[in-house]
Design a binder for this molecule. Structure first.
Ligand code: GLC
Ligand code: CA
Length: 571
């Protein structure tokens, strides 16, 4: 049996709003993506994942959908989509869409019907409850304008603030785990589950090759919706115990897989915040999902955004996932996405070691077991952008955070310092195509200001420079594609306590590869008995390596990365 296509793929994530604007309105669009397919083909990626492209009022940039079968007007038409799909396929690539199952927009006709009356047939498609004091319990107004006594429970929204919104028309609250304009669907209702499965099939029948499934671990809520400990300050594993990875959620996943995915050769990639490595197999085994995106490594950063990289902790986390799924499932490998600031700013050194640290981080994650993802601009070694005032932030989460921090009495400078490092806007600046005005992204005014670095860091300049981050990514992709051991060999970490070097092997039979990444700004001595480093077996490096005699040791420069072909002998 041959491996499914997505096991041999490299998936490139596109944030359509910021990728390429074809008509000068400042907003990226589908014809813009079409115009850049040659670039993606040159890079060597096999599949594209588009963040939501569906009709949406854009409270959360398309993650609030008002028509699952419509294309967002700003992005183009269904004809544009069909053309894009054809052209992607013609180039031998695949197209993956973003499936948002947990919530809709408040402008979706389902929600409009649901909120119109307590007796509407769609009422139970969303999660409506009386306030604590019961209906009309008091003439006074409580939290969120609801009856005194407050919302039905104390849940916090993931975007901050209460997870409930009072709706005066029918005198009840509705649940929204994200923004108040993203009401949660009631997955306990079989009609909701059928409707979402039908949506997925509709797109698969059109020919798309799979889905990244948004917020899938949140579909199930603890029955009775009990109060939760406040997530602020809780360790990651304990946050949101009643609406994230709640027992029973896998029944929904299994039903969805059976109703929507089973008849197609689709890649299904769950956004699985809250799932631990030892639970992962259940999500990806049998007929469930192809793979899940895990977030333990990104929480390592977000729990201490100013602390720098704790390499032993990162190695423990990634190693746990590698071992948990070896031979039993499949990993999704990523270090960036549209919800995270740029990895170079989180864990690298954009000032002193931009190229080296961007390529060392790339080498570190890209050659592990699983399917690598690249988020647009990551392949250029983009860093976080600059924010001068709080008005520069546009993301719904950032806007909420600003409001709440101000209410808590924080001054604007402190808020700016926090958000400059943590804001999702960092990853959403327009793709820098060249050094011309607006980074070659748009002939109009971009919806979000381009990263001012674009004059130095852009596709055209990096393509022409053999030593660029971009050309290094291209070599990494080609190397992975050429070497079965880098796709299917077994991962094993070396130097488990080393604070500077991430070293691991990929072994298939008696041979394979050794990946060495110094993820620190200081030189780092490497040594390991049993694996011989031969200069002629060096297959990739992010700097010149002088010819050296065979040996078991070397000194790695700051952020130096090397990949050697090795023999494991008769160990
Ligand atoms: C996911 C998306 C994020 C979005 C949220 C709500 O986490 O990645 O961008 O805001 O779901 O849909
Ligand atoms: Ca446009």
């Amino acid at each position: 049996m041959t491996a499914p296509w997505w096991k041999d793929a490299v998936i490139y994530q596109i944030y359509p709003r910021s990728f390429m604007d074809s008509n000068g309105d400042g907003i990226g669009d589908l014809p813009g993506i079409l115009a850049r397919l040659d670039y993606l083909q040159w890079l060597g990626v096999n599949a594209l994942w588009l963040c939501p492209i569906f009709t949406s009022p854009n409270d959360d940039n398309g993650y609030d959908i008002s028509d699952y079968q419509g294309i967002m007007a700003e992005f183009g038409t269904m004809e544009d989509f069909d053309r894009l799909l054809d052209e992607v396929h013609r180039r031998g690539m695949r197209l993956i869409l973003d499936l948002v199952l947990n919530h809709t927009s408040d402008e979706h006709p389902w929600f409009k019907a649901s909120r119109s009356s307590r007796d509407d047939p769609k009422r139970d498609w969303y999660i409506w409850r009386d306030g604590r004091g019961g209906p009309g319990s008091s003439p006074r107004r409580g939290l969120n304008g609801g009856p005194d006594g407050g919302p039905p429970n104390n849940w916090e929204s993931i975007f901050k603030g209460p997870a409930w919104q009072y709706d005066a028309a029918t005198g009840q609250y509705f649940l929204h785990l994200f923004s108040p304009r993203q009401p949660d669907l009631n997955w306990e209702n079989p009609a909701v589950r059928k409707a979402m499965a039908a949506t997925a099939r509709w797109w698969l029948d059109k020919g798309v090759d799979g889905f990244r499934i948004d917020a899938i671990t949140h579909l199930k809520k603890t029955p009775g919706l009990p109060d939760a400990p406040n997530p602020d300050g809780l360790p990651f594993a304990w946050a949101y115990p009643h609406h994230r990875n709640v027992p029973g959620v896998l029944d929904f996943v299994e039903e969805l897989a059976a109703d929507a995915f089973r008849d197609y050769d689709a890649a299904t990639i769950g956004e699985a915040n809250g799932v631990a490595a030892d639970q992962a197999e259940a999500w990806v085994s049998g007929q469930r999902l192809s793979m899940i995106l895990q977030f333990e490594h990104s929480h390592l950063w977000s729990s201490q955004p100013h602390a720098g990289l704790d390499l032993p902790a990162l190695r423990r986390i990634l190693g746990r996932w590698q071992h948990a799924l070896h031979g039993r499932g499949w990993n999704a490998l990523f270090i960036e996405n549209h919800d995270l600031p740029r990895v170079l700013s989180r864990w690298g050194d954009p000032q002193r070691h931009r190229r080296a640290s961007a390529t060392a981080l790339a080498t570190m994650y890209f050659l592990m077991e699983g399917t690598p993802f690249i988020y647009q601009g990551q392949e250029l070694g983009m860093a976080n952008t600059r924010f001068d005032t709080l008005d520069d932030f546009v993301d719904v989460y950032a806007r909420n955070r600003i409001r709440r921090m101000r209410e808590a009495g924080q001054d604007d400078d402190a808020i700016l310092r926090e958000l400059a490092v943590t804001s999702r806007d960092n990853a959403r600046t327009p793709m820098p195509w060249d050094a011309s005005a607006n980074a070659g992204f748009s002939s109009g005014t971009p919806w979000l200001r381009p990263n001012p670095d674009y004059r130095e860091i852009n596709v055209a300049g990096e393509r022409a420079d053999p030593a660029s981050v971009l050309n290094y990514y291209r070599r990494l992709i080609a190397l992975r594609a050429a070497e079965p051991a880098l796709r299917h060999g077994r991962y094993g970490a070396l130097l488990e306590r080393n604070p500077q070097i991430y070293a691991y092997t990929r072994r298939q039979g008696g041979s394979g590869f050794l990946v060495l990444c110094n993820l620190s700004g200081q030189p780092a001595p490497y040594q390991h008995r049993g694996l011989r480093l031969r200069h002629e077996a060096l297959v990739l490096a992010n700097r010149e390596v002088a010819p050296h005699p065979p040996g078991i040791a070397c000194l790695l420069a700051p952020y130096e990365a090397r990949v050697y072909r090795v023999d494991f002998g008769a160990e």
